[in-house]
Design a protein around this ligand. Structure first.
Ligand SMILES: Nc1ncnc2c1ncn2[C@@H]1O[C@H](COP(=O)(O)OP(=O)(O)OP(=O)(O)O)[C@@H](O)[C@H]1O
Length: 550
């Protein structure tokens, strides 16, 4: 999507940003910067005029104007900050909403294949980077361009050669230095983003899988991985800052050259050697007031170009983040996996896998043949990371097999099979709506029946509002066992004839886990087919077990 556009522009267009909305912040920024320029010019005039000791009344208008410009500079800058943040924060909120919508409405096969840390980095850090490219990149650049142009025009009125030198110096400080800083730090920006994603990845593993990692004695390793990724982030960010610091030295140098040139020209003019406008119009050498303006104007002109080095880097970070966001949106729109029919086909079917190899890039496992007739139960066990969840995703048609086939006889795979993830979300809404996530027309009687079947009958009866009780904070409103049972009830109301359950007893104590597993492998799902992945000891349950090993 949007291959020929700058990625930040493409993402801002994707957020629905109205470009008109940028006009007010730019105008306010320009007003603030012009106040600063006017203040410098007027101060120069006032200082040199006062030095001539005219009657004080000659100065009173200028004194008042200096005060007004001093105040308006601060006021405009403050208003500009408010307007800029308003536009950028709105764009960031819209970007997140649209990104979530693209993911939720796009290809389920693509979405389930995303790591949690990837989704978090794209929707949090990357969207922040794009917002920052607007606040610290786009708007300062626009304001800098307009203000620099104004400074050059004012300068040209006093002296054309000084204006030309100022223009060149402003271009070096406001265009060349930011461009070099952005180009130079581009690799470091990418390294920092990658390292930040590694931090998020390892931190989310720690948060989600703390107990398992502790049992497997792997927690220290993951903690070290977080610390190392954090150090890499810092190192990459520091290296990027070095480029920024080097490029920032260009501004004082340009300013120095420009002031020096202006001073030389002023000296020349004051000795009557040049034919500037001031010279010609006054019919004499340059006035002391214009001399002051020539010297002070360049100083304040660079106020708007000095932040542009940072703006160049912010824009580069924004571009890289925007590319990752666009890849996510594009991926959600097409991934080559068969899409689900909008209507689930509830007719009983047989699920057949033949010569199956599954995995992400290399095969994680193979299955010569698996045939599950209606009403069949199949348990899948194996050590962590062996590929159990990936097998379920492949059986559900959410990942293409690396070899072989998976079909349901008499219907389409994606219409008949439903995958229930281990970390399925409990929404911060009513109990009823949490079940209706699986099927929109669940009646109250059905809801009460399934909740009773999964052992939540007493809990429901104790809720003041029953099915209307809001689960404030989602899963936080439930104990681990209640959450698991509610998710199981959700799978029960779903009409798919083949149900794939990923670790439905995770985080439960042994007794609770055994009770739930007996229910799942027993009659709970009737003549529907159930495949269940678990870490639990299932020796006591009389069902076929597929044991995966590395
Ligand atoms: N979205 C993904 N992209 C690339 N590789 C992935 C992705 N998800 C998982 N993997 C990798 O595939 C391998 C198998 O992961 P999978 O989650 O299927 O294992 P598992 O047996 O279900 O593990 P656990 O019991 O810990 O849930 C792991 O090495 C994992 O890093």
């Amino acid at each position: 999507m949007h291959a020929d556009r700058d990625p930040v522009v493409a993402v801002l267009a994707f957020t629905g940003l109205r470009w008109r909305g940028l006009v007010v912040p730019i105008l306010l920024g320009v007003a603030g910067a012009l106040s600063a320029l006017g203040l410098a010019a007027l101060s120069a005039w006032l200082i040199t005029r006062a030095w001539q000791m005219p009657p004080v009344l000659y100065l009173s208008v200028a004194v008042t104007a200096v005060r007004a410009l001093g105040i308006s500079r601060g006021v405009f800058r403050y208003l500009e900050r408010l307007a800029t943040h308003n536009v950028a924060l709105q764009a960031m909120a819209d970007a997140r909403t649209r990104l979530y919508r693209a993911l939720s409405q796009g290809s389920a096969g693509f979405t389930v294949g995303l790591r949690q840390s990837e989704v978090m980095s794209r929707t949090a850090d990357d969207v922040d980077e794009v917002g920052s490219a607007v606040i610290r990149g786009l708007l300062p650049m626009a304001i800098g361009a307009v203000t620099s142009l104004s400074a050059v025009v004012i300068m040209a009125v006093v002296s054309v050669p000084a204006a030309v030198i100022l223009a060149v110096a402003l271009l070096v400080s406001g265009v060349l230095a930011p461009w070099l800083a952005a180009r130079g730090s581009s690799r470091k920006v990418a390294d920092a983003a990658r390292a930040r994603e590694d931090v998020t990845d390892a931190a989310s593993s720690l948060l989600w899988h703390g107990p398992e990692l502790a049992v497997a004695r792997a927690r220290t390793g993951v903690l070290h991985a977080v610390a190392e990724a954090d150090r890499r982030t810092e190192r990459a960010e520091d290296a990027g800052m070095r480029w920024q610091a080097a490029a920032q030295a260009v501004t004082p140098l340009s300013m120095g050259v420009s002031v020096l040139a202006a001073a030389l020209i002023a000296v020349q003019l004051s000795s009557g050697l040049s034919g500037s406008l001031a010279d010609v119009s006054s019919g004499e050498a340059i006035t002391p007031m214009l001399f002051g303006v020539l010297l002070l104007l360049p100083l304040s002109s660079f106020e708007t170009t000095s932040p542009l080095t940072e703006a160049g880097i912010a824009w580069e970070s924004g571009r890289q983040a925007a590319r990752r966001i666009l890849a996510l949106v594009d991926g959600a729109q097409a991934d080559g996996v068969e899409e689900a029919d909008p209507v689930v086909d509830p007719r009983p079917v047989s699920l057949v896998a033949d010569g199956l190899a599954w995995g992400w890039t290399d095969p994680l496992g193979t299955l010569a043949e698996l045939r599950l007739v209606p009403g069949a139960r199949q348990v899948v066990v194996g050590p962590s990371g062996v590929g159990k969840s990936t097998l379920l995703l492949t059986l559900a048609g959410l990942r293409a097999p690396l070899a072989g086939t998976v079909v349901v006889e008499g219907s389409r795979l994606r219409s008949s099979v439903c995958y229930f993830a281990e970390d399925a979300h409990v929404f911060s809404t009513t109990v009823r709506e949490n079940l209706r996530v699986a099927r929109g027309d669940v009646t109250d009687d059905e809801a009460v029946a399934v909740l009773t079947q999964v052992g939540l009958g007493e809990w429901l009866a104790g809720l003041p509002d029953g099915l209307d009780e809001r689960l404030v904070g989602g899963a936080a409103a439930l104990s681990g066992g209640q959450r698991r049972r509610l998710l199981l009830a959700r799978a029960l109301v779903h009409p798919a004839p083949v149900v794939l359950l990923d670790e439905p007893t995770e985080h439960l104590d042994a007794a609770d886990a055994d009770t739930l597993m007996s229910l799942i492998c027993g009659d709970l799902f009737g003549d529907r087919t159930v495949v269940v992945v678990t870490h639990q000891d299932v020796s006591g349950v009389d069902v076929p077990v597929l044991e995966l090993s590395r």
